[in-house]
Ligand binder design. Structure first.
Ligand SMILES: [Zn+2]
Length: 128
């Protein structure tokens, strides 16, 4: 049995911050994440190897469920890889913040939208 299994990492620029752009990296450890992440990040928004930031995504198990087919094939084959355009929230267009609901919203947005809906339901005059 292979003990190490693929884990989700976020790769981005130290200088720019993850808001400026980030990729999802599946790797067995941070060293491998940097290794497979570098060629992709370098072409996108990281100029210098020392500017590359890679951190593990805590509680990121849900990410494995949201990946496109080609990525799932690699996940199943235990191959480290980069997903440079992971599925994003329908509202804030971010990812990595938690599992999306059926409508494609991240937990934060889902809560906000739910609050809005409640408010609108209580104030039907606003939707006229
Ligand atoms: Zn969102």
């Amino acid at each position: 049995m292979n003990e190490s299994k693929l884990k989700p990492y976020m790769g981005y620029s130290h200088a720019g911050g993850s808001e400026e752009g980030a990729v999802l990296i599946f790797a067995h450890d941070i060293k491998e994440a940097k290794c497979v992440g570098w060629p992709v990040l370098h072409g996108m928004f990281v100029d210098d190897f020392t500017d590359m930031a890679v951190r593990i995504i805590k509680d990121g198990d849900y990410l494995f469920k949201q990946m496109p087919k080609w990525s799932v094939v690699k996940l199943n084959a235990d191959i480290a890889h980069v997903v440079d355009n992971p599925p994003v929230c329908n509202n804030c267009e971010m990812w990595g913040g938690g599992e999306f609901n059926e409508e494609g919203y991240c937990p934060d947005c889902a809560e906000e939208i739910e609050d809005d809906r409640k408010y609108m339901a209580d104030h039907p005059e606003l939707s006229m």
